[in-house]
Design a binder for this molecule. Structure first.
Ligand SMILES: Nc1nc2c(ncn2[C@@H]2O[C@H](COP(=O)(O)OP(=O)(O)OP(=O)(O)O)[C@@H](O)[C@H]2O)c(=O)[nH]1
Ligand SMILES: [Mg+2]
Length: 467
């Protein structure tokens, strides 16, 4: 990439809208825009103060034809998104005015921006560090208010601050250990060795809590995968419909109605859910059902949380226990459905023994009625709590949501553990220093203190053009 040139792109989504914006960034942005812009009062962009917006027209300079009526904002370096001069041409929001304005900017010397290049320049020019630049994309893609909040925290530098702080402390330890490399005749004193171990252990536990926050953060970003499973006819599809509050899946009184999995999105207290209704699990009667059951089992495997539905209006069957057996390693909620039909007589089938048995599969047992809506508020709360028990406390802390960051933190964590092991087994100080340096580099990758073109290309190619 060549930072000396001026880039341009349509920065608003394709399609029709009230306005659309062509954005230019680079040292010639203002001159290029000036060659296309005509103000009725004869003003030029080069002469207006920074961060002002000015009314006029975009004209094709070669033939003098007016292309669009526009408002143009001029933002001069360094107080801009990229730290370069930026011009934003607010056109009418149709593809033709926008394309034409972009085409003219290119003709006058700008280059079409690559995906994410404005943000990449913001990073290369030091306005954002790497994790902050990534947060821009998270913010654009946020699916719920909670994911927006987490992305904004990261954009404001909360994660960076933490990583920089950890790196500072690690650098201190590196300097100490490297001093011993320089003076090999000195042995590490007992006290300073203990202090070093203590300091590394503290850093390790802070890294571990960042790693833990990843799972919870991931739920907010990608959605929590929830599979509704059970034997046929227990009311799985009815439960899906009730949670979605729409008639999404076919419900009939015939067992074996749902053949394929049905996936829908739902939001509980800001937590996005990908909720999946599955075919009833039983000895299949035909090929299609067999495939359906296979898919149900796969959905169980992939799910972060499984809701097992049992028909409470009849005695619990072996088939129910077979389903429960298949989810025993999963995070599970057991729902006893059709509570509206549970008469005093039926209730006695569910003896204390059966309840205890069900509780041995999951501590979360809820009576619901999918058709009447009973127990659904409680179910929603239990879904939320079962994955985010400590969420309220965690909110105060920093949340890692990005897989790249998680991998880097995990490697730093591993290196520090190796360093401690090396200290414990009296290995040469060079080995310890190497591990500490490695941890330092891995953490540096998160904020971009240590980076390669390859990492940057991978990150910014995910962005849209114009951002
Ligand atoms: N009374 C009552 N009936 C219910 C309730 N939930 C479901 N049903 C009825 O139970 C029958 C089966 O419901 P479905 O939602 O199709 O059950 P399913 O588990 O998806 O069935 P398959 O797709 O065949 O595995 C339908 O007749 C529903 O109306 C409930 O809470 N109360
Ligand atoms: Mg169904």
């Amino acid at each position: 990439m060549f930072l000396g040139d001026t880039i341009a792109a349509i920065s608003t989504p394709l399609g029709e809208g009230g306005i659309g914006i062509v954005r230019l960034s680079g040292k010639d942005a203002i001159q290029i825009a000036d060659r296309l812009f005509r103000s009725p009062k004869g003003k030029t962009l080069s002469n207006i103060p920074s961060h002002r917006i000015i009314y006029g027209f975009i004209k094709d300079p070669s033939i003098g034809e007016t292309v669009d009526e526009v408002l143009v904002s001029v933002m001069r370096s360094p107080n801009t998104y990229t730290k370069e001069d930026i011009v934003e041409i607010n056109c009418h929001g149709g593809m033709f005015p926008l394309r034409k304005a972009l085409e003219l900017a290119i003709k006058e010397g700008a280059r079409i921006a690559e995906p994410g290049e404005f943000t990449r320049r913001a990073f290369l020019n030091g306005r954002l560090d790497l994790s902050e630049a990534e947060a821009v994309l998270d913010l654009i893609r946020a699916k719920t208010d909670e994911s927006r909040r987490i992305a904004l925290e990261q954009l404001k530098g909360r994660l960076s601050e933490k990583i920089i702080n950890l790196r500072d402390r690690l650098t201190g330890q590196c300097a100490l250990i490297e001093a011993y490399i320089d003076f090999p005749e000195e042995d590490i004193e007992f006290d300073s060795k203990n202090a070093m171990i203590e300091s590394i252990e503290t850093i390790l536990s802070e890294l571990a809590s960042l790693l833990k926050s990843y799972d919870e953060g991931r739920f907010f970003r990608e959605g929590l995968g929830v599979a509704i499973v059970g034997k046929p006819n227990v009311g799985k599809s009815s439960l899906l419909n009730a949670l979605l509050q729409k008639d999404r899946a076919i419900v009939t009184e015939m067992p074996g109605t749902t053949r394929d999995i049905i996936e829908e999105c739902l939001n509980i207290n800001g937590l996005p859910l990908r909720i999946i209704d599955t075919a009833g699990i039983r000895e299949a009667h035909d090929m299609a059902e067999m495939e359906g059951v296979k898919r149900s089992l796969r959905a169980i495997e992939d799910a972060d949380l499984v809701i097992v539905v049992i028909d409470g209006s009849e005695p619990i069957k072996n088939e129910d226990f077979e389903v429960l057996g298949k989810v025993k390693d999963k995070n599970t909620i057991v729902t006893i459905n059709k509570s509206d039909l549970i008469s005093a007589e039926l209730r006695k089938y569910r003896s204390a023994e059966v309840t205890a048995l069900l509780l041995s599969y999951s501590p979360r047992l809820i009576n619901i009625s999918a058709t009447r809506g009973d127990g659904l508020d409680k179910l929603r709360q239990v879904i939320f709590d079962s994955c985010l028990k400590d969420w309220k406390e965690q909110r105060e802390g920093i949340i890692v949501t990005n897989l790249r960051h998680k991998i880097a933190i995990r490697s730093a964590h591993d290196s520090l553990q190796n360093a401690l092991k090396a200290m414990d087994t009296e290995q040469p100080v060079e080995i310890i220093a190497l591990e500490l340096r490695d941890a330092l580099d891995r953490l540096g990758e998160i904020v971009g203190a240590v980076t390669t073109d390859d990492i940057l290309n991978r990150i910014f190619s995910d962005f849209c053009i114009g951002k």
